[in-house]
Design a protein around this ligand. Structure first.
Ligand code: GLU
Length: 549
């Protein structure tokens, strides 16, 4: 029996040979330096903020080099897959303007290097596993889980390295005849790599982010094809990234320690090793201890958390770009008018340790981002958020579209715009008082004005003698001044500070009373603009209401 025949018995019914697959997926014809990268999630339906960072870096690296960025679904661990999981991921990423040139889409595969879903690539993996078996670089293993558990226990007892290697690799030296006999007896098997590594030898590896590092060679005969016939992550990674002609494997740091296995696999398969970049995880401080953001423990690990909070996706991307390259912030400061896509990401500027996840900074970026938007854009985002998370409020925003845009425009489209809105779950809280429907059981924040008579005096005098919707800002202000003086308040702060004993208070107190009567709040954006929008009828109604309490 030749080794080819033997390989055929172990992995039967493979449609194409590995040579044929090599031809089917030729080298890509791209310009020098073009990066082919990918996002390769399991279809869990969940996008982790760290995964979003990694995806963004992959996307941007391909884009800035006129390369290719594709989506591959890694569903070989069926336990991690959920129905519709990949569509949820696609939808989430689209919100961040992350687009794929190729790969799995909601409408099926796009591109010439598919199928892009691993469970549909079994034949391909088997073709390459057959090659390894035929070359005596892989073998079937019949060890049961119990056998492996026993070995593990003994290794622990003897204080030896755990794993399936060297003398512990029991099936490594089975002859072809022994194997065939076992198969004829109906024994189940998996396929392991026949490692040619020596754990006591070191090799140098260069990571694009972490630089040069020495690793021990891998001597473990790790599994490449599992009992369900599907490949392990390691094997699928090598076969897929080779055949999809990935130039750069940019992935989470959790895979860094697998480098000895992966580079060995590429070599034994006869593949060119791609470039690797391992992204440091996002960290948080938990009771004084730094640890990775965790899907289980931290709500902020899920991208959906930010959607719910109403942080604009673009703001999240700006934050992630500052995490990716710390010089981005400075660049942005110096290139305010440029498109952020012009900023060039550089692996050399990426963090080699963990990066602290700075929520306050994200909020700050979000606040600045929103402040620079047009009122109509703020309206659109606020409405989109409210439609999902605050339906009643969304109805008001829809009913009073123009009015709401004007509300958002108070102190907005100007050189130094107001920065009170940092995320859209706070919208109602910020502007509710501008809507009659919500101005019901209000609590007035009269501050230091405790004398009800004074409140009445101020409001009555203002409404009856001074208020006119047609006043421009200057007249409006002059009238405030004039009225203050008329009823015993200083018309400007300077006078008041010099001789406080001469006055009941100052113009600030007078306008505060009007502000509180009209909005219930002692702090609001520009009162003149608020009054313009509220209009005469509502203003009169609100003054009356305030006088009743
Ligand atoms: N499926 C792997 C994961 O979700 C992909 C890692 C990689 O990018 O190679 O972690």
């Amino acid at each position: 029996m030749t080794r080819e025949e033997y390989a055929n018995i172990l992995l039967p019914n493979v449609k194409y040979t590995y040579e044929e697959y090599e031809k089917m997926y030729p080298e890509r014809n791209l310009k020098e330096g073009a990066i082919v990268s990918r996002y390769a999630p399991s279809p869990t339906g969940f996008v982790h903020i760290g995964a979003l960072l990694t995806t963004f870096i992959n996307y941007k690296m391909a884009r800035q080099t006129d390369g290719v960025f594709y989506l591959r679904v890694e569903d070989t661990d069926q336990k991690r897959s959920i129905d519709d999981g990949i569509n949820k991921i696609i939808e989430d990423l689209a919100k961040f303007d992350i687009e794929f040139n190729e790969g799995v889409t909601k409408e099926g595969d796009k591109g010439n290097y598919g199928p892009y879903t691993q469970s549909e690539r079994k034949d391909i993996y088997w073709a390459f596993a057959k090659k390894l078996i035929a070359e005596d670089k892989a073998y079937p293993c019949f060890c049961s889980e119990e056998d492996n558990a026993t070995s593990h226990e003994m290794q622990v007892q003897n204080k030896e390295r755990t794993g399936y290697y060297g003398k512990w690799a029991k099936c490594r030296n089975l002859s072809m005849e022994e194997v065939i006999n076992k198969i004829n007896n109906g024994e189940k098997y998996i396929i392991r790599l026949k490692s040619d590594g020596d754990f006591n030898k070191k090799f140098t590896f260069k990571d694009l982010i972490k630089g040069k590092v020495e690793f021990p060679e891998n001597d473990e005969d790790f599994v490449i094809i599992k009992s369900d016939g599907l490949p392990t992550y390691h094997f699928a990674h090598a076969v897929d990234d080779h055949l999809m002609r990935t130039t750069h494997v940019i992935r989470g740091e959790e895979w860094y320690s697998s480098i000895p296995k992966h580079t060995q696999l590429f070599k034994l398969l006869g593949f060119k090793i791609p470039k690797y970049a391992h992204i440091s995880p996002l960290m948080i401080e938990d009771n004084g201890v730094r640890r990775k953001i965790s899907k289980r423990k931290d709500p902020e690990a899920a991208v959906s958390f930010y959607h719910e909070k109403g942080i604009p996706n673009k703001a999240i991307m700006l934050y992630l770009e500052t995490v990716a390259n710390s010089n981005f912030e400075m660049w942005l400061e110096q290139n305010k008018d440029k498109d952020v896509n012009e900023f060039v990401l550089d692996f050399k500027r990426m963090s080699t340790g963990g990066t602290m996840f700075d929520y306050d900074k994200l909020i700050n970026i979000s606040k600045n981002y929103i402040s620079r938007l047009k009122a109509s854009e703020v309206y659109d985002l606020a409405l989109e958020h409210a439609r999902t998370y605050n339906k009643e409020f969304a109805k008001l925003l829809e009913k009073y579209r123009e009015y709401s845009i004007n509300v958002f425009n108070i102190e907005r489209e100007q050189k130094k715009p107001r920065k009170d809105l940092a995320y859209f779950s706070d919208t109602e809280n910020q502007i509710w008082y501008m809507y009659e429907e919500l101005f019901n059981d209000v609590t007035y924040d009269w501050q230091n004005i405790t004398d009800k008579k004074e409140i009445e005096l101020i409001l009555n005098t203002y409404i009856n003698e001074y208020y006119d919707i047609n006043d421009d800002k200057q007249i409006w202000f002059d009238k405030m001044k004039e009225m203050s003086e008329k009823i015993g308040y200083a018309g400007n702060m300077k006078d008041y500070k010099e001789n406080p004993q001469n006055y009941k208070g100052s113009i600030a107190d007078v306008s505060m009373v009007i502000r509180v009567a009209l909005t219930s709040k002692s702090m609001t954006p520009d009162l003149y603009e608020i009054m313009k929008l509220l209009g005469t009828e509502n203003i009169k109604k609100r003054v009356e209401k305030a006088l009743q309490v």
